[in-house]
Design a protein around this ligand. Structure first.
Ligand SMILES: [Zn+2]
Length: 512
């Protein structure tokens, strides 16, 4: 059997501590279900004593998610541990995660205790947690700035007290790979009972080394990594789950170690975290950035068209990015095109296919990549369909914490004004529903991001959304001083792309 490293996801705990990333209980549940599909080994669902809301979300996740371990965080005190156990005990596989700082700087300024006191507290807390829960993890907070011999004594004591996982976190993002490797090797050779526990790491990205530090730790015998989706977390964030999972998979030749991650769920997980937290992934972010698999340079593109392996070390589909572009190079021909059209619902005759192929070759010569939208435009032109276009004329929305969000929208279609209103969960939802009522479309938002393109209180917000209409999805984009207005215009933009597709499908299939 191949060696396996456990993936401990802390998006819901450490990730949620990112400024502005707080999620509601139902949003956390949605994310926990996605993490289950991603097949992480442990979900750290929250810090139960920190708030009523955190307690409630850990408790409901523990009840609902049955296939993986659900951990809650607790300081090394009876009150924290009791509250944590109360929250996780309904889980199929509960874990109590106890932590205390071990660096002199934390002991002196934060805990105001000496080393022996902290060691005794750590031992007691772990023993108490173990009396409640069979799975106990201990973290030595700020371990990378702790005295090594003292750290070894703490690790030995907590394993002796029953900790089956011991975490050596780089809480402040301070260590370097070579130094971290030495620290882990020291513990492995100086702690007599180290074999009784799984060693874990938890790295922060203050110096951009969180993933590198996590990977060197794995190479030095660590078998649990703590990480977050998109690398979100306090300050510069945590080690990014997707980068660790894909590094271990892509360089299996080097590591010989597997994770249980279903990599095809990486991109959907990343998109969900972006949507729920509003924290946009930088376009050049490894694995999940919008440009991670885009080749712009001519020479690269030529290589990729000839053979993907020339410049791609991973395939986008392996991380769950559905390729909507069709490369019309030498190797893709009529067969690929027919298949693509079939996916979109068009069964073209040989003559129609030939016509489409010639038209698309021209498009491909100009822009290399052909997208679903181009394929649809080709059919539309071939069928001579002139689709109507909706224009946003006016929007009124009412929202607030005491009123039901309501929106009224006035659209123009071929010179006719159409108006309708709807209520929703918030003003954006209401305005999209009002658009649905007029257009008869039923789009589902699968990505939604807002960012300001100018600064200050009167900043212009740009809304980017991906709208799923069933077989196809379209991107809508719009900018406005008002987010509701921008959202409505972006949604109408996507609807205007969907209409020709629907019409083409109807005309084409009707004529068969
Ligand atoms: Zn952390």
């Amino acid at each position: 059997m191949t060696d396996r490293v456990l993936v401990f996801d802390t998006t819901l705990r450490d990730g949620e501590q990112s400024p502005g990333a707080s999620m509601t209980i139902s949003e956390k549940m949605m994310l926990a279900e996605q993490l289950e599909r991603l097949r992480v080994d442990v979900i750290e669902a929250g810090f139960p004593i920190s708030s009523e809301g955190d307690f409630e979300s850990v408790r409901s996740i523990a009840e609902k998610i049955r296939t993986i371990t659900i951990a809650g965080l607790a300081r090394a005190s009876k009150g924290d541990i009791d509250r944590c156990w109360e929250a996780v005990k309904a889980a199929a596989k509960p874990r109590i995660h106890v932590f205390i700082a071990t660096s002199d700087i934390h002991l002196k300024y934060k805990l105001k205790k000496n080393r022996d006191e902290v060691l005794a507290e750590a031992r007691q807390a772990v023993a108490y947690a173990k009396s409640l829960c069979p799975d106990v993890e201990f973290s030595a907070e700020d371990s990378t700035r702790s005295d090594l011999a003292y750290l070894a004594r703490v690790v030995e004591a907590v394993i002796d007290a029953g900790a089956n996982v011991v975490n050596i976190p780089d809480t402040v993002g301070y260590t370097f790979p070579t130094e971290y490797a030495e620290r882990i090797q020291y513990l492995r050779s100086h702690v007599p009972n180290i074999g009784k526990a799984i060693l874990s790491v938890h790295c922060h990205n203050d110096l951009g080394l969180a993933v590198a530090n996590s990977l060197i730790a794995v190479q030095n015998g660590v078998r649990q990594v703590e990480c977050t989706v998109n690398g979100i977390g306090e300050r510069a964030g945590n080690a990014s789950l997707e980068e660790i999972a894909m590094a271990l998979r892509t360089r299996k030749d080097l590591f010989g170690i597997e994770t249980g991650i279903k990599t095809e769920e990486i991109y959907p997980s990343s998109a969900m975290v972006t949507n729920l937290t509003g924290m946009i992934v930088q376009p050049n972010k490894a694995i999940v950035g919008r440009n991670a698999f885009a080749h712009e340079a001519g020479i690269h593109q030529d290589g990729v068209i000839k053979e993907k392996l020339t410049y791609e070390i991973m395939r986008p589909e392996d991380v769950g990015i559905k390729e909507s572009k069709l490369v019309m190079g030498k190797h893709s021909g009529r067969h690929a095109l027919r298949k693509k059209y079939e996916e979109l619902g068009f069964n073209l005759s040989d003559a129609e296919l030939e016509k489409a192929y010639i038209l698309l070759k021209k498009v491909a010569d100009k822009k290399k990549d052909v997208f679903d939208e181009d394929l649809i435009v080709t059919v539309r032109d071939a069928l001579r369909i002139a689709p109507p276009v909706y224009k946003v004329k006016n929007i009124q929305s009412i929202a607030g914490n005491q009123v039901i969000a309501t929106a009224t929208i006035l659209l123009e279609k071929e010179g006719t004004l159409l108006q309708d209103s709807a209520t929703g969960d918030g003003p954006v939802d209401a305005v999209l529903k009002a658009v649905n009522r007029i257009t008869g479309m039923e789009g589902k938002l699968i990505e939604y991001t807002v960012h300001s393109v100018t600064h200050g209180a009167d900043a212009v917000g740009e809304v980017f959304m991906k709208v799923d209409f069933g077989k196809v999805s379209f991107i809508g984009r719009a900018a406005s001083l008002d987010i509701v207005d921008a959202s409505a215009r972006a949604y109408v933009d996507a609807v205007n792309k969907m209409i020709p597709y629907q019409m083409a499908l109807e005309v084409h299939n009707g004529k068969k």
